[in-house]
Design a protein around this ligand. Structure first.
Ligand code: BG6
Length: 460
């Protein structure tokens, strides 16, 4: 068997708008929910991030030097439609249009995420985020504007970053107000359904408006290992995997809710209200491939899913640190074998191409006395994960489209912690001091250039 990765295999990086752009009040942008959400004590705010809004030429050049042929970024909804329900901001459109042109000129294929946890603050205040079907329709309108303006050049799209998180945390959907008479769990799963309908509307629209473009379903995936060897513990892990991510993947791939999911919700009185046409729409809106983020596996002790609390609370009670795996300072276990497991499981279930869209490890770093960051641990992490991916492809027959890392140039973490760095390039700022935001390639920069430039052949 040919053990070389296919020509055109994608290598690159993923980011979100709020973790990179800065320029929070420039270019006609409206107020995004991130601009007004407090960050934890000791962390930065989102106003500057890494100032990519003003520095993307330099960042694209660094990506080109690392032999990227793919870059996934998110559009900030409030740059395009400042309040979400008003007119299009042409300055915002131009910003992304120029970015796309420059990426293509550097030989880098762009992928757009329409929503990476953010939305115009006005939509949260006026409509309660994705609790409202009006916001579902406003999202479809926003998607349409993006397809009209960028669809001629952008052929890879996704609706929601890590869509399954909309059934885990209500904050991701920005739908904080629980309607009177509804339990928190019923509200959470109603909103997750609304988000699914928003995803389907935008997917159908893309296929109609830009027939040569592809829509990727996107989830964050982790596998669960039983801490004990009991059959009950094993079953709990399988259920956790299904509830946490696979029910969303199933709808993205087949257009139908799986029976375990509808049964779980109905048994607890949490089944969402459907509108006429929802089920037909889901069937008509399947995706073209399955994307996911993977950072770590989890290990669970024995447990069950009770009838009072959402599934995630039940899982959280049972997570323990796996003694067989090293973890980052943030307790995220490094598990390359887990990536092979996920790739196999996801591909074999649906026989749809799969795409690793986020992978990486966070580390606390500073320039040393020579002005360097010698991040051998990061090289090892990516090498192990690329090797595991190759095994999934060459030993298990998985059709994988690419290996895309998270935050290739340091960006603040999802909770705006600058100290948690993922990049091949150091950005000179801290949580409390903006310094000069200078970009400094780390040791892993040269490794990435070699690994990606050799299409995954040279991982030494
Ligand atoms: C993913 C998100 O969950 O993981 C990113 O898409 C996030 O927004 C990334 O930054 C890494 O997580 P964290 O919390 O370490 O930044």
């Amino acid at each position: 068997m040919n053990k070389q990765l296919p020509k055109g295999f994608f290598w690159g990086g993923s980011v979100s708008s709020f973790q990179t752009e800065g320029a929070w009040d420039e270019g006609g942008k409206g107020v995004s929910i991130y601009d007004i959400t407090p960050t934890p004590e000791g962390h930065a705010d989102w106003k500057v991030a890494i100032d990519a809004y003003h520095r993307y030429d330099e960042d694209i050049e660094l990506m080109r030097q690392m032999n990227f042929n793919f870059y996934r970024f998110s559009i900030c909804w409030s740059r395009i439609i400042p309040n979400g329900d008003d007119e299009v901001n042409e300055e915002g459109v131009k910003f992304y249009s120029d970015l796309i042109d420059k990426l293509l000129a550097a030989g880098i294929e762009p992928m757009i995420t329409l929503v990476h946890f953010d939305m115009p603050a006005h939509l949260v205040k006026k409509y309660n985020g994705f609790a409202s079907r009006t916001v579902v329709d406003l999202f479809a309108r926003y998607a349409k504007v993006c397809y009209e303006r960028f669809g001629d050049r952008v052929k890879h799209w996704m609706t929601f970053n890590e869509q399954n998180l909309h059934s885990v945390f209500i904050r991701v959907s920005n739908a904080y107000d629980v309607p009177e008479g509804k339990s928190e769990a019923a509200h959470l799963y109603q909103v997750a359904h609304n988000v699914m309908i928003a995803h389907c509307k935008a997917t159908k629209l893309l296929h109609e408006m830009v027939p040569d473009a592809k829509m990727g379903g996107m989830t964050t995936v982790t596998n669960y290992y039983p801490a004990t060897m009991t059959p009950e513990n094993n079953l709990f892990c399988q259920q956790a995997y299904n509830y946490h991510s696979q029910w969303v993947v199933e709808v993205q791939a087949t257009g139908k809710y799986p029976a375990y999911w509808t049964t779980y919700l109905k048994n607890r009185g949490w089944y969402p209200e459907m509108e006429e046409g929802d089920e037909e729409l889901m069937l008509e809106s399947t995706v073209d491939y399955l994307c996911f983020s993977y950072y770590r596996s989890n290990t669970l002790t024995e447990g069950t899913f009770d009838y009072e609390r959402p599934f995630n609370d039940c899982i959280e009670d049972h997570i323990i640190q796996n003694p067989h795996l090293d973890a980052t300072e943030w307790g995220w276990e490094k598990d390359a074998v887990g990536l092979r497991w996920i790739l196999c499981d996801m591909y074999q279930r649906y026989r749809m191409p799969v795409f690793i869209l986020e992978n990486g490890m966070g580390a606390r770093e500073e320039l040393d006395e020579n002005g360097e960051v010698n991040d051998d641990y990061r090289i090892e992490y990516h090498r192990n994960h690329i090797e595991a991916m190759k095994q999934a492809m060459f030993e298990d027959g998985v059709d994988c489209l690419g290996y895309i890392v998270w935050g290739p140039i340091d960006i603040p973490s999802s909770s705006c912690e600058v100290a948690k760095r993922y990049g091949f390039v150091f950005v000179n700022r801290t949580d409390t001091d903006l310094r000069d935001l200078r970009r400094v390639p780390k040791k892993s920069f040269a490794w990435a250039a070699k690994a990606f430039g050799s299409n995954g052949e040279d991982l030494a």
